[in-house]
Write a protein that binds this ligand. Sequence first.
Ligand SMILES: Cc1cc2nc3c(=O)[nH]c(=O)nc-3n(C[C@H](O)[C@H](O)[C@H](O)COP(=O)(O)OP(=O)(O)OC[C@H]3O[C@@H](n4cnc5c(N)ncnc54)[C@H](O)[C@@H]3O)c2cc1C
Length: 354
Amino acid sequence: MTSPNIAIVGAGIGGLACARTLQQHGRSVTVFEREASPRSRWQGGMLDLHVDTGQAALRAANLFEEFSAVARPEGQEMRGLDPYTGALIHHELPVEGAGNAPEIDRGQLRDLFLDALAPDTIRWGHPVTSADALTEDFDLVIGADGTWSRIRPALSTATPIYTGDLLVETFLDADRHPEVALMVGNGTLAAKSGRLMLSAQRNSRGHIRVYAGLPAPADSRVDLLEVFEGWHDGLLDLIRQADGDFVNRPLYVLPVGHRWDHVPGVTLLGDAAHLMPPYGIGANLAMLDGTDLATAIISHDDLDAAVRSYENLMLPRARAAAEACAELTATLVADTVVDVESARHHLNDRIQRA
Ligand SMILES: Cc1cc2nc3c(=O)[nH]c(=O)nc-3n(C[C@H](O)[C@H](O)[C@H](O)COP(=O)(O)OP(=O)(O)OC[C@H]3O[C@@H](n4cnc5c(N)ncnc54)[C@H](O)[C@@H]3O)c2cc1C
């Protein structure tokens, strides 16, 4: 069989993992990305990459050493604070040498893949409007285009559902706010009460990314100090001393167990296939999906059989992860749990074992 012509829509982490593994094995692949260039948008905060998902994808892509050179194992530190007293109620330091889930800036991770791809693999500034736009020229169209996928409608009528929870994001510069930096430590700090949550995450280059979580309409302008009234002063400083603007990140999910009947020539990976709450697994799963799809294509002579085998592997895995996320959401909403980081950690352990 001649090598199939493959289009990937979306140069996010999942699409790039797929492209890199395909290209390593001599397959022809073109990535269409709506952003004008690799630097046209800030890529977001840190990601912790887990052994059996994100790290496995990096190994398959032969980029693990490059990852280890820039990863921050110390970023795994987790602090859970009582929202009202500011007392440390949970503290986890990374185990020396274990490197279970080192953190990396999302932009640095994307650069690892971009640098490894052949020049001209990515068509920047190419928003794709539907799968139909590509099916004539390509044997397979892979939708790796995230939450609002334009490829998904070729397979399913599902659309993302607003969870009712809004994240408001801002940042602080650690050098300008040493006391806040001391409270946050090297990794992630979180405090919660019911559906209210404040968290701060140490990124590279002295950046501290802050998220406030609350139930609110997706487009609301919220007075955070009013919403978090009564919380400990140190935690409120995350809001009061912010150096950045406050940006709304409404949380959407696809229905748990989202699936589709196989359609030759089109498939999905990552958030386009299984958008979940941000409990630290979405990027890991997107990378693993990309690797699994590429591996299936490489190891089957028949392209359609390859895609079927990938979907048979990915869809049940995504369902199990989405179920675990839904359970965690229910647990986190209960007032008794204030230790959001250890709950998240537990979820990741469970998904690794699935
Ligand atoms: C606040 C927050 C924190 C998170 N933290 C973590 C974490 O710590 N760990 C973790 O594992 N996950 C985390 N996630 C989840 C993670 O961000 C996603 O699951 C992951 O980015 C999905 O990767 P993807 O490649 O599927 O999609 P995306 O990263 O969304 O990439 C999609 C790409 O497709 C492009 N695109 C979109 N539409 C089109 C189109 N029509 N034509 C062409 N290109 C298009 C986009 O520009 C983008 O480059 C977090 C999510 C949020 C919201």
